[in-house]
Structure formats: structure tokens, C-alpha cells
Design a protein around this ligand. Structure first.
Ligand code: ATR
Length: 272
């Protein structure tokens, strides 16, 4: 393998804080693959131009992050099913006919749930939030055949609109935080961005079974408000760092054909 056989980058705004360059460098070291992975600042309007100049400089693969994932869809010659379902692309790979688009967020979540020994099959899953992050995970999650999925969101209509789009894939419904008692879930996935404002969604302990497990798509400071609620209510909780590394591992495999292990990378990130 020649040096910099893989010229890669993450595009986003803001992008300076992204952990992706570090994660992909660690994957490359783990597998002995030389990757040159940059972080490129771009808004939605500049994306076509930035991507074209990246390609002309030899770029063959990219990640898209906030706010570019829906915009990426239009720039692709082909997109995979999760990206079509989510209406968002987080991974691009250059092919003969142009960029091929993928969405690895759902597969990344599943990879991390597998690592944690949490099998979604047969579970009653409560998803808190109904934004872009949820759109990315619903298709792959429903494919694992949970007993049911209920979306609860501050804006009830948004939850209903999203569940309508996925209703053909499994047992799923949604609404506001005022849904009636009697419903008990054994896996709760927290996807809202409330933690970025040091807030948490108004989740109620009685909606969960005694042994329910919680998974937060957030990590770091944004995870803390929900983590505190879980600790105070005796609910075991995992943060979303593993999903971040998992979605990156899936992207790395799309580009290189080799899937890295995520645990050593998470250990390295935690140490840093
Ligand atoms: P993302 O791509 O991270 O999902 P998003 O599409 O902006 O971002 O969605 C953010 C989600 O967090 C939404 O479900 C939002 O609820 P609304 O649809 O009602 O806006 C939710 N959210 C953000 N702040 C919240 C808060 N303080 N309490 C509860 N939900 C919140």
C-alpha cells in the first residue's frame, strides 16, 4: 500500500472539534493502512465546490456531518438504502460514475449495541427525540425486529411524521411527552440535543421497566444531564461515543474493505 492511498476528509460546519480525523488515524494504525484524513469547513452552499476541489486533489472518500447530511444526498450518483430512508448521507465514496452515498449511523449504533451485549430484537424501545439523528437509525434498528418502537418528542407532530415514514418497516408509533401511562419500555434511546443546552427531556421513570437500559446518542458534556437523570433513577446508561466510533468503522470499511475493531479506539479516545 502506498502512502496516502486513501485521501479522506470530514466536511461540516463547525468541524474543527470533530473527532473523526483522530478516529480514522487510529483505524489506519490498527490495520496498517496509510490514511490522510482532513477536516474541511463547509456550509451547505459551498459543499459542491469544496467537494469538487477535494476530488480534484485526489480525495476518494468523505464523511459529512452537521449540517450537510441531507444536502449530500443531491450530490450522489447512487445512495444506499439507509441513506435513502434517512434522507441523509454521512459517507461518500468515489466511484466511476461519481460519489456513492451511504448512511452508516444506524449500523454504527447496532455495532455498539452488539459490543455492549444489547440485542434490540424483541425489545420494547422508547426513542426520545425525532430529529435527523433518529431518521438515521430507525431503518437499521427496525430491521433487527424489536417488539415495538415508540418515538416521544417535544413536538408531537414531528414524531408522528417520522413514524409515518417508517411504519411499513415494523411496529412503530409516536407522539408527544403526554402519552398515557401503562406503556413500559425496556430500552430507551435518548437522541435529543437538549444536553447541549444542559437540559434533558422530560422522561418519566414509570415509562421504563425496572431493568430498562438507556443509550444516549450524545457523549461528553452533552451526555451529562441525561446520565444524571439515569443515575438518580437507577437506570443503567451508556453514552454515544461507541456509536460515533462504530459509524466511523463502517465508513472505513466502505472505503478500504477492512473493518477496524472499535474497542481499542474507544480506549485510546477515553485515555486522551
Ligand atoms: P439531530 O440531528 O441531532 O437529531 P435535530 O434534527 O435538530 O438534531 O433534532 C433535535 C431533537 O432534539 C429534536 O427531537 C428536538 O425536539 P423538537 O423536534 O421538538 O425540536 C429535540 N430537543 C432539542 N432540545 C430539546 C429540549 N430542550 N427538550 C426536549 N427535546 C429537545
Amino acid at each position: 500500500m502506498n502512502a496516502q492511498d486513501y485521501k479522506l476528509a470530514v466536511f461540516g460546519q463547525p468541524v474543527a472539534h470533530s473527532l473523526s480525523p483522530r478516529i480514522h488515524r487510529l483505524f489506519g494504525e490498527q490495520l496498517g493502512i496509510d490514511v490522510d484524513y482532513a477536516a474541511i469547513e463547509s456550509g451547505i452552499d459551498e459543499l459542491p465546490e469544496r467537494l469538487a476541489s477535494f476530488r480534484s486533489e485526489g480525495g476518494t472518500g468523505a464523511n459529512l456531518t452537521v449540517p450537510l447530511k441531507p444536502a449530500g444526498l443531491k450530490l450522489c450518483a447512487r445512495v444506499d438504502r439507509p441513506a435513502r430512508q434517512a434522507h441523509a448521507v454521512n459517507t461518500l465514496k468515489l466511484a466511476a460514475d461519481g460519489w456513492h452515498g451511504y448512511n452508516t449511523d444506524g449500523a454504527g449504533l447496532l455495532l455498539d449495541l452488539d459490543r455492549l451485549g444489547i440485542d434490540p430484537a424483541g425489545r420494547r424501545i422508547l426513542i426520545v427525540g425525532a430529529g435527523g439523528a433518529v431518521a438515521g437509525i430507525l431503518g437499521p434498528l427496525l430491521a433487527r425486529e424489536p417488539d415495538c418502537v415508540h418515538l416521544v418528542n417535544r413536538t408531537a407532530d414531528r414524531a408522528r411524521r417520522l413514524t409515518d415514514k417508517f411504519a411499513h418497516l415494523g411496529s412503530i408509533d409516536g407522539g408527544g411527552f403526554d402519552f398515557g401511562p401503562g406503556e413500559r419500555f425496556d430500552l430507551v434511546i435518548q437522541s435529543t440535543s437538549a444536553g447541549h443546552a444542559s437540559e434533558r427531556p422530560p422522561l418519566r421513570r414509570e415509562w421504563l421497566t425496572e431493568t430498562a437500559i438507556a443509550y444516549d446518542l450524545n457523549y461528553g458534556a452533552a451526555h451529562e444531564p441525561f446520565a444524571n437523570w439515569c443515575r438518580n433513577n437507577g437506570v443503567s446508561v451508556h453514552d454515544g461515543l461507541g456509536m460515533l466510533v462504530g459509524q466511523a468503522a463502517q465508513a472505513f470499511e466502505i472505503w478500504t474493505g477492512r473493518q477496524p475493531r472499535i474497542t481499542p479506539v474507544m480506549t485510546a479516545l477515553a485515555r486522551a
